[in-house]
Design a protein around this ligand. Sequence first.
Ligand code: SF4
Length: 234
Amino acid sequence: MNRYSIITEKNPREIVLLKGYKCAYGKCAFCNYILDNTDDEKEMEKVNFEVLKNIKGNFGVLEVINSGSVFELSKATLKKIKNICDDKNIKVIYFEAYFGYLKRLDEIREYFKNQEIRFIIGIETFNNYYRTQVLKKNFMLNDTVLKQLKEQYQTALLMICTHGQTKKQILSDIEQAKKHFKEVVISIFIDNGTEIKRDEKLVKWFLKDIFPVLNKEKNIEILVDNKDFGVYVQ
Ligand code: SF4
């Protein structure tokens, strides 16, 4: 387990993996990280305050993830993040926020008045069928929704190389993510005990034919291993 790390390439930043309340949605078929969620506020804050002590502010940029959304962090945790960011002169904070929180993002922007807030959303794929029926992530994209997401979110997360995906779908997802979002994080799926399974043929193809060139793009980060950002629980 490691809950604090420094990312030095492309978009240098500190990153923390905090403990949050239960993900408000909690039904994505591929998700096992919600096992880190807790209802015990004391436990949450004990872990989070300890992790947050590591923050140095040396890049002026902090990413906060919590196996859910920023809205699932306790008030005391948010206050601690705010105080640390103000003290350490952190100007940019990345937070994750599930689609269902789209209308509430300004609450976070207002709370962190001294920082630029950049939101991250797990789109996973632009294929509505695959997202909703296979991955069980329950939102549909159309032009209107996409327009809102582009305005509100900085970063799209894609999950690739799972059974049922095709090369064509993966390439199309990457193209659309690049077109609509300023930053893209692509995770190659790793089997995690859920019903979603990794497709080794797709992984081989992606690593050999796509990764070497795509990985040179400054605004695209590719997680070949889910520990590549240096923070993980399992
Ligand atoms: S919204 Fe995110 S944290 Fe919640 S179940 Fe889905 S992938 Fe997991």
